[in-house]
Design a binder for this molecule. Structure first.
Ligand SMILES: [Zn+2]
Length: 64
């Protein structure tokens, strides 16, 4: 797994931690193969971080 979280999450019932594909370069067709396998908490973090970065860039460079 790309996020390094292997195995279960330590909470009974000890199921395997769910992982899913994170489209870390975006959901454009050209990036459909650019995915990383991360667990859901990490995926949520990544999405939140990307949203913040996008807002930040919009803030520092409003004209385009
Ligand atoms: Zn993870």
């Amino acid at each position: 797994m790309d996020c390094g979280h292997l195995g279960d999450d330590g909470v009974p019932p000890r199921k395997l931690r769910l992982h899913e594909y994170d489209h870390h370069k975006g959901y454009d067709a050209v990036n459909h193969l650019e995915v990383e396998c991360v667990c859901i908490p990490c995926h949520v973090d990544r999405e939140r971080q990307r949203r913040q970065e996008k807002q930040y860039h919009k803030y520092v460079s409003p004209a385009k």
